[in-house]
Design a protein around this ligand. Structure first.
Ligand code: ATP
Ligand code: MG
Length: 393
């Protein structure tokens, strides 16, 4: 058990890291953050910000020497750095979970091995000759070609209506290793966060329901609109993945619920997740406090919903000409909680903050919260002359 005032290490300095730092500081720990960005949201709050590349040997040595445990808020840490830290320090989650989650091909292979259903897929290796149509039992079209590594927020993906678009799409993605995935007919998207301690205790958060705009998470509502057996199935699958990985920390599992009622795993993230931000204001423990507990081997807190909630993301599109929105409407909505990540530069698609809208305790759905969240967002978007205002969402 790693108790305060130990120093914890964090690879990555984005908003997920910022909340981790806040939670750890609150609990009496010190936190060292490694991130090359001098304006990193987590680095600015950390006890110490090592402003170096993730593979900087001196910075890795400093982390290993100082930190009782090192974790990550960002999956694309170079493999050599992960392996070095695993050999010289206590890295949680460990290298297996991190490398599987870094690579869609490894991730799909792993999920297949443990018997978890995913959308039909096929590997497309860099340099291999592409001869569409593909193997008979492969994915049907329309399909999505995704780079195996380094994709996020829908980047590194091309949608294909027909097999004959494959060669060009693969070239557009730089001819790197890719996965070709069947586009499934979605009823809903949901996600489950689970925490697991080194001694094997697991605690799942309530299932979240997610909607996306342009491949980026837009709105999360909890409770998700699911029947009880599906809710239980999603939770059990997420727990099973954490167990099979002997996971240490907080893990996010994204699911597709198809129109046929199949529950497929989309992807996993070896860290807290944007869709878990509702837990900051509407749970008995936040995903970040739970992350501190899990990696330090403390007991996990029960993760129960205290009130229905909807979270809406605030992207840089709401900052026209880099001017911050007028927050009055959000601040006046008594059940809304404004979160901003302290980022100084806004860009379209960049996650700048979010709003959690709390429903009334005791209500058994999040409909009112979701519609308030949506209308607050719409007001901001209209004021910014953004996509919703132009009607081209
Ligand atoms: P994020 O970083 O937001 O998790 P990502 O870049 O890792 O995104 P994915 O999760 O693979 O990308 O896809 C983003 C979104 O695109 C999904 O949440 C879903 O809405 C849609 N999508 C992706 N793959 C499929 C699929 N096979 N069938 C239907 N929709 C899909
Ligand atoms: Mg995703």
């Amino acid at each position: 058990m790693i108790q305060p005032p130990a120093t914890l290490g964090l690879l990555g300095g984005g908003q997920l890291g910022r909340y981790f730092v806040q939670a750890a500081l609150e609990m009496g720990y010190a936190v060292w953050v490694l991130d090359p960005d001098p304006a990193s949201p987590a680095g600015r709050l950390a006890t110490r910000h090592l402003c170096q590349p993730f593979d900087d040997p001196a910075a890795l040595e400093a982390l290993a020497g100082q930190c009782a445990v090192i974790t990550t808020e960002f999956e694309n840490i170079p493999r050599a750095a992960i392996e070095w830290l695993d050999a010289h320090a206590c890295l949680r989650p460990g290298p297996r979970a991190l490398t599987i989650a870094q690579d869609r091909l490894e991730e799909k292979a792993f999920l297949g091995e443990i018997g978890v259903a995913v959308a039909p897929w096929q590997a497309l290796w860099a340099g291999a000759a592409l001869r569409p149509p593909l193997i008979d039992e492969g994915p049907a079209f329309p399909a999505i070609l995704k780079t195996a590594r380094l994709g996020y927020d829908g980047k590194g993906q091309v949608r294909l209506a027909h097999a004959d678009e494959l060669v060009q799409a693969h070239a557009e993605l730089g001819g790197v290793d890719c996965v070709l995935e069947q586009q499934v007919d979605l009823e809903r998207e949901v996600s489950v966060l689970v925490a697991r301690t080194p001694d094997g205790h697991v605690e799942a958060f309530p299932v979240a329901e997610n909607s996306h705009r342009d491949g980026i998470l837009h709105l999360t509502r909890v409770p998700a609109r699911l029947d009880e057996p599906t809710r239980e199935r999603a939770t059990a699958i997420a727990q099973r993945i954490a167990e099979c990985l002997e996971y240490q920390g907080v893990l996010a599992v994204e699911f597709f619920l198809t129109v046929n009622g199949e529950l497929l795993v989309n992807e996993i993230a070896p860290r807290p997740h944007n869709s878990g931000h509702y837990s900051l204001d509407a749970c008995t423990v936040s995903q970040f406090h739970q992350q501190v507990r899990a990696i330090c081997g403390l007991g996990l807190a029960p993760a129960m919903l205290t009130t229905p909630v909807a979270m809406v993301n605030l992207l840089g599109d709401l900052w026209p000409a880099s001017t911050a929105p007028d927050w009055q409407g959000v601040l006046e909505a008594g059940r809304a909680r404004l979160h901003l990540y302290g980022k100084t530069k806004a860009r379209p698609g960049r996650k700048m903050g979010h709003v959690n809208v709390l429903g009334l305790p005791g209500e058994d759905d999040a409909i009112a919260a979701a519609s308030t969240a949506e209308s607050l967002w719409q007001g901001l978007s209209d004021a910014a002359g953004g996509p919703a205002a132009r009607g081209d969402a």
